[in-house]
Design a protein. Structure first.
Length: 520
């Protein structure tokens, strides 16, 4: 809209109905100095509390510029809450936002300073999202570099659970801040999230305009805690005796259904966002594992619908949603729960975006395991590569860089030659074969009785295919899977990458439902 270009003063006028209860003029908890508000084409939502019956004027001022006046009148239905949509703004700042209340000749005002317009990203999940910059590789260099990114602003709600949906945050751990070594490295698993920070930093380096980051994450929490009752009902999630669930990491947050949705997501719905990123799933290797292919897409759909509604239509109803596919863990008990969650994270497609998960992007991290992490192997320290891969997906999916390659190689064809005992796997792009692995591909000869998986070695590769030797199935091959284990390869040493060093994601496929499967 044309007004977006006006850097001056913006005036909005609201009337609060006289019958509501009294309240002091203030902003909602998460509006503060140094914040980033969502830029054009969306309009940022601003809300707060005021005296019933008062007029509220909102003025946006940019330093050193001619003042322009724009006026808008809105009747607020609610009682002590005022809420305005700012005009769509170009990226930049700083702005001062002043809210003035005039109530029976009594004037009061509150002000936000040093506010920028840019892209606001929400970061959520469990401990691998929560893990702070001070815990990762090269922590001291990364912390020292914080001061070079004064336009990437950070905010973290307090860790709170609630039985009911809260309208505003019950507490704040880190109010909107300019990043410093101190506030990014506050302490282990508190704030600020390394993946969130690095993701924002990579985006800033590319986009060169302000980025606002909200880190709303808590270790050891299942997806059910971050899901509304509505989303859980979509997947018929059985009521859980959540006290009995084991804890996936030493940082065990609440497991009760919907309690973090209620306290740490619902209050944010009224803020306009660009998108969200998510690093969660470890806890669901221990509970409701085979519902994750429903609960994860349901959470994404529910967050999209509710953020869209809460922002009065300003947060897009299909906003980009990025996530990290689970890394590795040395489990005392070896089972296949890690690969199952990885697969379910893609709604069992193996890659995203797909029909069930449109406008999503995924960072594959099976090759970023860290045996020696002082926080346990479930908390690998290379978060730089995680965030880098994730930001490639954001550029492609959220920022429309059509030529950006962000997915690793995925197979398109499986050709089985029973006579000559080999299997060719043809990928959709050129493949860089790191080494001739002899364990990571596995076949099952027959699905009846249930598959018995046996490793088959890679024999050779051509530009976009690999040839597997198949000495194990004499008559037929029914199933093929790749990287189907807790810890499928060592650090940056998976066999299959593309030419951009992106690893091929794990997959499992069967002859009966794969049209690209041929036998000769
Ligand atoms: C805002 O309030 C402060 C202190 O209450 C006052 O000094 C200032 O003049 C007010 N600003 C406006 C524009 O009313
Ligand atoms: C999820 O995976 C389980 C186990 O493989 C399967 O039984 C179920 O049908 C899948 N659900 C969906 C919605 O794909
Ligand atoms: C935020 O949006 C939700 C959903 O539209 C609504 O129920 C709630 O009242 C809004 N809160 C405020 C403070 O406007
Ligand atoms: C840590 O810094 C070294 C030296 O700059 C660099 O080679 C390495 O890739 C960095 N590690 C990570 C995980 O970024
Ligand atoms: C399998 O790949 C090899 C090497 O690229 C090739 O020579 C052979 O013809 C392929 N076989 C089939 C059945 O495509």
């Amino acid at each position: 809209m044309m007004m977006a270009a006006c850097p001056g003063l913006l005036l909005l006028l609201l009337f609060l109905p006289a019958w509501s209860a009294g309240a002091k003029l203030s902003f909602a908890s998460y509006y503060a100095d140094h914040m980033v508000l969502q830029k054009e084409p969306s309009q940022a939502v601003l809300w707060g509390y005021g005296k019933p019956g008062a007029n509220i004027f909102v003025t946006l001022r940019q330093r050193r510029s001619q003042e322009h006046v724009m006026k808008k009148v809105t009747m607020v239905q609610d009682t002590t809450i005022w809420k305005v949509l700012l005009l769509a703004m170009h990226p930049g700042g700083p702005y001062t936002i002043e809210v003035q209340q005039s109530n029976k000749k009594k004037m009061s005002n509150v002000t936000l300073k040093d506010v920028y317009f840019g892209d606001v990203w929400l970061c959520s999940g469990q401990s691998n999202m929560e893990m702070t910059v001070s815990q990762i590789f090269n922590a001291s260099e990364e912390l020292a570099a914080a001061s070079q990114y004064p336009l990437v602003r950070v905010f973290a709600p307090a860790l709170v659970e609630s039985e009911t949906e809260l309208e505003d945050l019950a507490g704040i751990n880190l109010q909107w801040s300019i990043p410093t070594a101190k506030n990014l490295g506050h302490g282990d698993f508190t704030y600020f999230s390394a993946v969130c920070w690095l993701f924002g930093r990579y985006l800033y380096e590319k986009l060169r305009y302000p980025i606002g980051l909200i880190d709303s994450s808590w270790g050891g929490t299942p997806i059910e805690a971050w899901s509304s009752k509505r989303a859980l009902a979509k997947c018929a999630v059985p009521p859980g005796d959540t006290k009995r669930f084991p804890v996936s990491d030493h940082n065990g947050g609440p497991k009760d259904y919907s309690v973090l949705w209620n306290a740490m997501i619902h209050p944010l719905l009224n803020m306009t966002l660009q998108g969200a990123i998510w690093y969660q799933g470890e806890q669901n290797t221990l509970m409701n594992t085979d519902l994750y292919n429903c609960t994860f897409p349901a959470l994404i759909r529910d967050w999209r619908r509710t953020f869209h509604k809460g922002s009065g239509g300003q947060t897009p109803s299909d906003f980009p949603f990025g996530f990290v596919q689970l890394c590795t863990d040395r489990r005392a008990v070896t089972d296949d729960h890690f690969p199952r969650i990885r697969w379910h994270q893609t709604a069992d497609y193996g890659y995203v975006p797909n029909e069930k998960m449109p406008n999503t992007f995924m960072a594959v991290t099976i090759d970023l395991g860290d045996h020696n992490s002082p926080y346990g192997s479930i908390h690998p320290r290379d978060k730089q590569t995680v965030a880098y891969r994730l930001h490639l997906g954001a550029l492609a999916v959220a920022y429309g860089e059509k030529s950006m390659i962000f997915q690793g190689p995925y197979p398109q064809k499986v050709q089985v030659n029973v006579v000559e005992k080999y299997i060719n796997v043809t990928y959709g792009e050129r493949v860089h074969l790191h080494h001739l692995d002899n364990k990571i591909f596995e076949v099952c000869c027959s699905e009846q009785p249930p598959c018995k998986w046996s490793p088959v070695p890679i024999k050779s590769s051509s530009s976009s295919s690999v040839m597997l030797q198949n000495p194990v199935c004499p008559d037929a091959v029914d199933g093929l899977r790749y990287a189907w284990g807790d810890w499928p390869c060592e650090y940056k040493q998976c066999p299959i990458y593309n030419l951009h060093d992106l690893p091929g994601p794990p997959f499992i496929t069967f002859a009966r439902n794969n049209p690209g499967w041929t036998v000769s």
